[in-house]
Ligand binder design. Sequence first.
Ligand code: NAD
Length: 464
Amino acid sequence: MKFQKKILCIGAGYVGGPSMAMIAHKCPDYRVTVADINHERIDAWNSAELPVYEPGLDDIVKKTRGKNLFFAKDIENQIKENDIIFVCVNTPTKTFGTGAGKAADLQYLEKTARQILQYSQSPKIVIEKSTLPVKTALAMERILSSGKGKITFEVLSNPEFMAEGTAIKDLENPDRVLIGSRETKSGLKARAELVDIYSNWIPQEKIITSNIWSSELSKLVANAFLAQRVSSINSISALCEKADANVAEVARAVGMDSRVGGKFLNAGIGFGGSCFKKDILNLVYLCSYYGLPEVADYWESVVKINEYQQERFIANILGSMFNTLAGKKICILGFAFKADTGDTRESPAIYITRRLLAEHAEVIISDPKALKNAALDLADEEGKIDYIEDAYRAAAGCHALAIMTDWDLYKKLDYKKIFKSMVKPAFLFDGRNILDHKKCFEIGFNVYPIGKPALSHFKTSQES
Ligand SMILES: NC(=O)c1ccc[n+]([C@@H]2O[C@H](COP(=O)([O-])OP(=O)(O)OC[C@H]3O[C@@H](n4cnc5c(N)ncnc54)[C@H](O)[C@@H]3O)[C@@H](O)[C@H]2O)c1
């Protein structure tokens, strides 16, 4: 079959796999290939058990794989054979040298650019889909134009706004698709080609275009704004606990103002995931680099509040459980950084678990999709943790439950049955505010939500 367009994606991760599967699904006339240096990952994409869990993803991959969606290891050949190349490699926080702990580590991106230059035999459109510091396209262009040949490359920015857990829904019906390009004749032509791809299923008014720097920066700013909302409501949750207010009631009242909006205002244990912290720190680094320390401090405080919230959670567990956790069994319900994903990168559960172990608690971790990743994250603590997928078995014999992930499953458990199987007094720390706290209290739990008064069966010092 002759395909209308030949698309390659370099990087078969959480973004590359699902986003390319969606293009293949919506554009049967295009051939889409996803390549990666991680051969195990490619094998997994070609197997029955995909390396990424996302509701709806299996279905789309099953329909397209081997027809117009391919997962490949031979990156060099794929570069030669394809005309449009998405770059979807990881851009973690730098751990060494200048900017360590804040700046983005662009080594994978640069290696990819050099590979594209080395193996290209015809003109290419190269699309940055990874999240990058503003002005990265300039470096990309300089590398791609450093060859002696006459091949032309046009660099576009097309940041991905999908969220893990709802990736397929987001990719199918995004709020917007952003495409940034140089505003030259060839830049605008390449931009039109990418608009053409998305137009197969996305309404024109949702495909927005901009200059390339605005596009790069918009992704960092979008994540910073989202994380800022989480930290804003979490900071207020601390005040609510002191002032006997209820953060859910405050969030509802504030969110009903249409200028504010009600989404992303649930207080909890804090944000995780591979992006928010990394992208804010990257923004902080850029602001410092451009001589804007006040702006850098402002955004850094979003990360600091997130850390403070986790610290508060631990202090609350310790304080409520009579200031000692040694030898007590604590069941962590949920290890993924959010519901509907197996991804545990930067999950608050990692930090909380380590802190519980430092207090010599015995930790049992339960999660429907993330146990494999949890065991990898905590490999250095091997032997100190039990991993049990079934929540009832995990909770049996424990002194406390700590809910770390907003899995729907945890809202529907039989807490009466769980309470019966636990050591008394039984404690429940709802790090995601997802349960009916009054009901759990009536069952017999001492309940500690976030930003709401605790419901405890213990008499206060005045009563005793
Ligand atoms: N995960 C998300 O929800 C999300 C959402 C939007 C944007 N992003 C951004 O997208 C980018 C990718 O994120 P991810 O979560 O998919 O990362 P990931 O780590 O899951 O995947 C990246 C893949 O790139 C591969 N890779 C690295 N260097 C390579 C090279 N030279 N050649 C071929 N393959 C190479 C890695 O082996 C890995 O499989 C990041 O910049 C991230 O910030 C992520």
